[in-house]
Ligand binder design. Sequence first.
Ligand SMILES: [Zn+2]
Length: 275
Amino acid sequence: MFTPATTLSETEAAASGPWYVFDNRGSLLLVAGAVPVGDAPPCPLVDVHVLGSDDGAPVRTARIAPDADPFDDVPEGGEFVNMRAAYGVIPDVEWAMAGRGSQVLLWDRDHQFCGRCGTQTTAHESERAKVCPACKAMAFPRLSPAVIMLVEREGEDGPEVLLAWGRQFPGRFYSALAGFVEPGESLEECVVREVLEETGIEVKDVRYFGSQPWPFPNSMMIGFTATWAGGEISIQEEEIVEAGWYGPDNLPPSPIGGMSIAGWLIEDWLTRVKN
Ligand SMILES: [Zn+2]
């Protein structure tokens, strides 16, 4: 079982374990399609962080040293793979661990100096935190909570869901609505506000579905289902290209299952309405 930690015992430190190594673009080192494992680093490293231990095996993340060659200084068969492309290539549990590593590295890089007084920070001795030696401010890895919700209704021809083509999507692609939580707002309030802002639809029966750490770069996606309560679709054009109600047999290009909670929400709905 994996246990998160920031330091290793002497025995653990000497044992063999996986190395989650990233380049400067956030791509993950795979060697012959797998996360490299060993008791020594697979290539010259900087910013080495302990993520924890897995049944005594150390789990570490790091960046390849800036002066190392990403081709010649990695083991034979090694290449840096974009995190999205690595999904399905390595086991899901390792993909999630890589996401954990990328977020720790990002936090490390972005908190070299105190945000309050500008003094160089130091690592906390036992917690995953940066401490300012001058003003004592602490910085923990930042998570940005976002809600993602699938709105359902009973249409004239049967069950339907509200899906939208987001402006930031790479192509014509429809998914559940989502948005970042604002300070002072509950998750449920955020669901109601985001659906109304983006599509003009009012919802009720907001229910928790599940959550997913989303390391692009540091989101925590919190999934909900909700039911249509009123209103006609009127899209917020800065965010949405098109939105509509879709039945299980006329879905537009959408994620179903797969790597994201959006796909899990849609798959769950399909399973429910088709049975
Ligand atoms: Zn400070």
